[in-house]
Design a protein around this ligand. Structure first.
Ligand code: IPM
Ligand code: MG
Length: 351
C-alpha cells in the first residue's frame, strides 16, 4: 500500500506526524512517501502543487494530507496560493466525492456548544461534490467595467452527469446506513440547483428503498443546529457542502474531530481533516490530531478495504477519549489536557 503523505502548512505537519505514528504502529506493510503541497510547495518549488507532488499522488494508492494555507501567502497571485494547490490536486485526481462524517463520540457530548440532548448519538454523513460548482465554474475573475468600476465574477454550474455521479455515491452510502438522503439545494432561486433537484429525483427511482427529501440550504443550516439528528445522509454541491460541513463539525464538539475522504470513481482517495491549517496555533504542538487520525481510518476503510485495522484505530481513539485525554479544543473540566503529540502517543498506547 503506497501512500503519499502531504503535510502542507500551519498545523499540517504536526497533525500528520501523529497519524503517521498511528499508521506505523499497526505493523502492516505501508510505503509512506512525503511531498510538499500548499505554501510549503510554493516555498520549496515555487508552486502550491509541484509537478513531483502530483506525480507521486497519481502513482500512490492513497494520499494523506494535513492542511494548506497561511497569512504569508494571502497576497500572492491567486494561482500561487496554497488553496489553489488543494483545489488542483482534487481536480487532477478526479476526487469528486467528499465524505465528511459528523459523528459524536459520547465522551464529547458536553464539549459541543449545543445541548447534549440535541447532539448525543449524532451520526450524519455529509456527501459534498468536490470538483464542480462555483469553485471551478467559468467565467470567473475580477474585471474592470467601462465606467472604471471593478466587478467580481464566479459561475455556479453543474452538468447532469456530475450531479448524477455524486447522487449515486450518496444513495449507495445511504443503503448501508439508515436509508435516508436529504438533498440540499437552493432550487427556489438558482437554476443550477433546480437541475440538481430534478436529477436527484430521477436518480431516486433506482433506489426505491431510500427515502429522498429536499431542503433549501438556508433551512438546512438552521435544521442542523435545531434538530441535527433528523439527518442521515446529506448530499449537496461544493460550496453548500463546504459551509454545512463546518457547521456540522461543531455539533461534534470541535472541527478538530472531523475527518474527510475525497474519492474518485474507483475509490482511490485523498484523506484530510476537514479543518484548515490554523496558523495561529501552528508549531505549538497544541492542535487536535484526531481528525487526521480518523482520516487515516477512512483511508484504511475506503481505499484499502481494511475494516479490521480501521476499527482498531477507531476503538483506540474512543478509548483515549474515555481515558479523559483532551486537546485544548475539546477540553472540559475534569479531563486531562494534552498536547498534539501526547494525544498521538495516547492513541498508539491504546492501540
Ligand atoms: C475545505 C476547505 C477548502 C475548501 C479550502 C481550504 C480551499 O475549506 O476543505 O473545506 O473550501 O474546500
Ligand atoms: Mg471548508
Amino acid at each position: 500500500m503506497k501512500i503519499a503523505v502531504l503535510p502542507g502548512d500551519g498545523i499540517g505537519p504536526e497533525i500528520v506526524a501523529q497519524a503517521v505514528k498511528v499508521l506505523n504502529a499497526l505493523n502492516i506493510d505501508l510505503q509512506l512517501q512525503e511531498a510538499h503541497i500548499g505554501g510549503a510547495g510554493y516555498d520549496a518549488e515555487g508552486d502550491p502543487l509541484p509537478a513531483s507532488t502530483l506525480k507521486l499522488a497519481q502513482e500512490s494508492d492513497a494520499v494523506l494530507l494535513g492542511a494548506v494555507g497561511g497569512w504569508q501567502y494571502d497576497t500572492l497571485p491567486r494561482d500561487m496560493r496554497p488553496e489553489r494547490g488543494l483545489l488542483r490536486i482534487r481536480k487532477e485526481l478526479g476526487l469528486f466525492a467528499n465524505l465528511r462524517p459528523a459523528l459524536l463520540y459520547d465522551e464529547l457530548a458536553s464539549a459541543s456548544t449545543l445541548k447534549p440532548e440535541v447532539v448525543s448519538g449524532l451520526d450524519i454523513m455529509i456527501v459534498r461534490e468536490l470538483t464542480g460548482d462555483i469553485y471551478f465554474g467559468q467565467p470567473r475573475g475580477i474585471t474592470t467595467l467601462a465606467n472604471g468600476e471593478r466587478e467580481g465574477i464566479n459561475t455556479m454550474r453543474y452538468t447532469e452527469s456530475e450531479i448524477r455521479r455524486i447522487g449515486r455515491v450518496a444513495f449507495d452510502i445511504a443503503m448501508k446506513r439508515n436509508k435516508k438522503v436529504c438533498s440540499v439545494d437552493k432550487a427556489n432561486v438558482l437554476e443550477t440547483t433546480e437541475l440538481w433537484r430534478q436529477v436527484m429525483i430521477e436518480l431516486s427511482k433506482d433506489y426505491p428503498e431510500v427515502e429522498l427529501s429536499h431542503m433549501y440550504v438556508d433551512n438546512a443550516a438552521m435544521q442542523l443546529v435545531r434538530a441535527p439528528k433528523q439527518f442521515d445522509v446529506i448530499v449537496t454541491g461544493n460550496i453548500f457542502g463546504d459551509i454545512l460541513s463546518d457547521e456540522a463539525s461543531m455539533l461534534t464538539g470541535s472541527i478538530g474531530m472531523l475527518p474527510s475522504a475525497s474519492l474518485d470513481q474507483n475509490n482511490k482517495g485523498m484523506y484530510e481533516p476537514s479543518h484548515g491549517s490554523a496558523p495561529d496555533i501552528a508549531g505549538k504542538d497544541i492542535a487536535n490530531p484526531l481528525a487526521t487520525i480518523l482520516s487515516a481510518v477512512m483511508m484504511l476503510r475506503y481505499t484499502f478495504n481494511d475494516e479490521a485495522n480501521a476499527q482498531r484505530i477507531e476503538n483506540a481513539v474512543k478509548k483515549t477519549l474515555a481515558q479523559g485525554y483532551r486537546t485544548g479544543d475539546i477540553y472540559t473540566d475534569g479531563t486531562k489536557k494534552v498536547k498534539c503529540s501526547e494525544m498521538g502517543d495516547a492513541v498508539v498506547a491504546a492501540l
